[in-house]
Design a protein around this ligand. Structure first.
Ligand SMILES: Cc1cc2nc3c(=O)[nH]c(=O)nc-3n(C[C@H](O)[C@H](O)[C@H](O)COP(=O)(O)OP(=O)(O)OC[C@H]3O[C@@H](n4cnc5c(N)ncnc54)[C@H](O)[C@@H]3O)c2cc1C
Length: 485
């Protein structure tokens, strides 16, 4: 892709835009002794789109691609400078494109999440930035495959795909408000170095993880704070094979998969296991888990230090304390590796996330709430938008017979709003099914459902509840989405 092609498609905000802030960016000082400052009203420039997606993360990238591919003029708003979200910052592997066939003798191996999510991974595999769908040889009652990615290349690949699809990518842009017309969102308000703007559209998708757009639009929400936060680190200069060999010698790793690593097949790409003794005792104190994936030699992609935020994950000051605490834990984690893990004497932190990663922010009330029984019984609905077969609490909870359950369209509709779809970790109230629906590949599938529906609604100028399900289903099937139970 050359420079001209790139700028033709995605008008990255800031390039050739304003040369200085308008006078309206300055406000006059008022009574300094009071407790409040009355901010003067501002005149905002309006940009118009068919679909606006908030958050270029796991679900948002796919939602924007899906909407744009339906022909919708689509804007994607992202506060960071890149796409990919928690996929690139938090986890271990992409859970999961497959059903749990290995745990159920007789169950057929099936790729149950296809469509755009699968296309992204295929592009990653093609450039050597993914382990492939590596079959688990140990720990397969948890997941039957390990699909690990190079986090930095994921940022590039997803942004390139968005650009190719003609999505207007507004990175380094914070969504700060909603303009309401009754229960209908008319516009989103954004802030960037190019100023404050009003973004109008026919349909909106909230993929911000925190449910920011839904909250601004007045949707009902809770903040369960039922998970620990984390900022996982990439640890470089480690002797992976030495570490694995040591684990094998001392009781072994209870998870193991061989896939493509540094371009070579048949290499360990996933393992799990502490060293016991002092290492494990110290690791516990900093919430460090030792489940590890990688697609590069001498590199551990995700070493996680978990921390349960006292207070609220949507409170700035609580999170500021947590950011500091987790960074201390990360430094300690690297120290423990250097001290105890064979071949890691010179290990160092090569990557951290710019902000803490949450496992749940706001829980947005939607028309339907996926239940524990829906998931483990493998239920499907008349308005499914995808099928999914992974549970992060396996083997305790698994989907019946290694099959799939469906996520219904209704589960994406923010209650009390007319044109707002939600996708990703912000849906599903019960912690148990949330341990399934919040996983990356489920969020990507939800993104495809939500983005496609938003584009169809914008095209037909109808509300989210007036869309004919058959039209949505037809579009999803055409785009390769899988629905089998
Ligand atoms: C530590 C950790 C480990 C995990 N491990 C795994 C794992 O191994 N496998 C797995 O499948 N899943 C794992 N998960 C779960 C999974 O990664 C997440 O649930 C999923 O990626 C969430 O996707 P999302 O689209 O909801 O949000 P995200 O991917 O977080 O995307 C949200 C995006 O919105 C942006 N945003 C937020 N607010 C605004 C705003 N106001 N304006 C503009 N942009 C905004 C954010 O910057 C972000 O890019 C893990 C999660 C965590 C935190």
């Amino acid at each position: 892709m050359n420079r001209r092609e790139f700028s033709k498609n995605s008008v990255l905000l800031g390039v050739g835009a304003l040369t200085g802030f308008p006078k309206s960016s300055q406000a006059r000082v008022q009574n300094e002794s009071g407790d409040y400052y009355d901010e003067p009203a501002k005149r905002l420039p309006i940009r118009k789109f068919d679909v606006v997606v908030a958050g270029a993360g796991t679900g948002g990238v796919v939602a924007a691609l899906a909407a744009a591919r339906q022909g919708a003029k689509t804007m994607l708003i992202e506060r960071k400078g890149y796409a990919g979200g928690t996929v690139t910052e938090g986890g271990t592997a992409l859970h999961s494109f497959y059903n749990l066939w290995k745990a159920f003798p007789g169950a057929k191996k099936r790729q149950v999440v296809r469509g755009i999510a699968s296309e992204i991974v295929d592009r990653m595999i093609a450039i050597g930035a993914c382990s492939g769908h590596a079959e688990m040889v140990r720990g397969y009652d948890y997941d039957s495959v390990c699909t690990a990615i190079d986090t930095e290349m994921y940022k590039l690949v997803t942004m390139q795909m968005l650009d190719e699809a003609g999505v207007f990518i507004a990175v380094n842009t914070l969504l700060t408000g909603a303009i309401m017309d009754g229960k209908r969102i008319r516009g989103a308000i954004v802030e960037s170095r190019s100023g404050r703007e009003a973004i109008y559209a026919g349909a909106f998708v909230d993929c911000s993880a925190y449910g920011d757009l839904a909250a601004f639009a007045g949707a009902d929400y809770k903040v369960p704070n039922d998970y620990a936060c984390c900022n996982s680190i990439g640890l470089a200069n480690v002797d992976l094979d030495g570490y694995v060999a040591h684990l094998e010698e001392h009781g072994g790793s209870n998870q193991l998969a061989y896939g493509i690593r540094s371009g070579e097949p048949g290499k360990v790409v996933r393992f799990n296991g502490g060293l016991g003794g002092e290492f494990s005792a110290e690791a516990r104190k900093i919430g460090m888990s030792s489940m590890i994936t990688t697609v590069q030699d001498n590199y551990l992609m995700f070493v996680k230090c978990n921390f349960k935020v006292p207070g609220s994950v949507i409170n700035r000051d609580d999170m500021a304390k947590a950011e500091l605490e987790v960074r201390k834990r990360q430094a300690k984690a690297a120290e423990l590796f250097r001290k105890y893990v064979p071949g890691c004497k010179k290990a160092f932190i090569a990557r951290t996330s710019p902000t803490l990663n949450i496992r749940r922010g706001r829980l947005i009330t939607c028309d339907y709430d996926v239940t524990h029984e829906d998931v483990i019984e493998g239920r499907h609905f008349d308005d499914d938008i995808m099928a999914y077969g992974f549970h992060d609490s396996a083997p305790r909870y698994q989907i019946k017979n290694g099959g799939t359950y469906g996520i219904p369209y209704r589960a994406l509709l923010a209650a009390g709003t007319e044109n707002l779809f939600c996708a990703g970790m912000m849906i599903t109230s019960d912690h148990r099914p949330h341990m399934s629906t919040r996983n990356t590949v489920a969020c990507m599938g939800q993104g495809q459902g939500a983005g496609t529906a938003a584009a169809l609604c914008a095209k037909k100028n109808c509300g989210s509840r007036d869309l004919r399900y058959n039209d949505l289903r037809e579009a999803l099937v055409k785009a390769g989405v899988y629905f089998e139970s």
